[in-house]
Write a protein that binds this ligand. Structure first.
Ligand code: AMP
Ligand code: ZN
Length: 117
């Protein structure tokens, strides 16, 4: 899939609505349409990168920015006492949207343990 028919590229271009929390030239943050916790939003690079498998040295700056904004945006969104970041990748990682995105998940309650043993 290229950026043309990618749902998150379409959000970046304004072709699909999203509840945005933050936007600049390089990154965009918006609420997940199916939240799994009171705070659940996504931070994406505006450039189309399908997954962490496709990320290379040329993406390090923008991916650093994605990660570097998570704390500030989580606090502003109401997750002031901790949150979890997830980047699902590929089939095993259960990635559904092939435009690299950071899930930021939190809220007042403690999250369940990361994975069941
Ligand atoms: P994954 O690729 O498994 O990390 O998950 C993709 C995430 O994108 C899911 O949590 C979806 O609920 C979310 N999602 C899909 N379409 C939209 C949309 N149009 N706006 C906001 N979130 C979306
Ligand atoms: Zn895309």
């Amino acid at each position: 899939m290229t950026g043309d028919d990618c749902i998150f590229c379409r959000i970046v271009r304004g072709e699909i609505p999203a509840r945005k929390l933050y936007e600049d030239d390089e990154i965009l943050a918006f609420h997940d349409i199916h939240p799994v916790a009171p705070v659940h939003f996504l931070i994406i690079p505006k450039v189309h990168v399908a997954s962490l498998y496709e990320a290379g040295p040329e993406h390090q700056a923008v991916l650093g920015k994605v990660l570097g904004m998570a704390g500030r945006l989580a606090r502003e969104a109401g997750a002031a006492d901790g949150f979890r970041c997830i980047v699902n990748t590929g089939r095993v990682g259960r990635q559904e949207v092939y435009h690299l995105h950071l899930h930021v998940i939190g809220g007042p309650e403690t999250l369940p343990a990361m994975l069941r043993r």
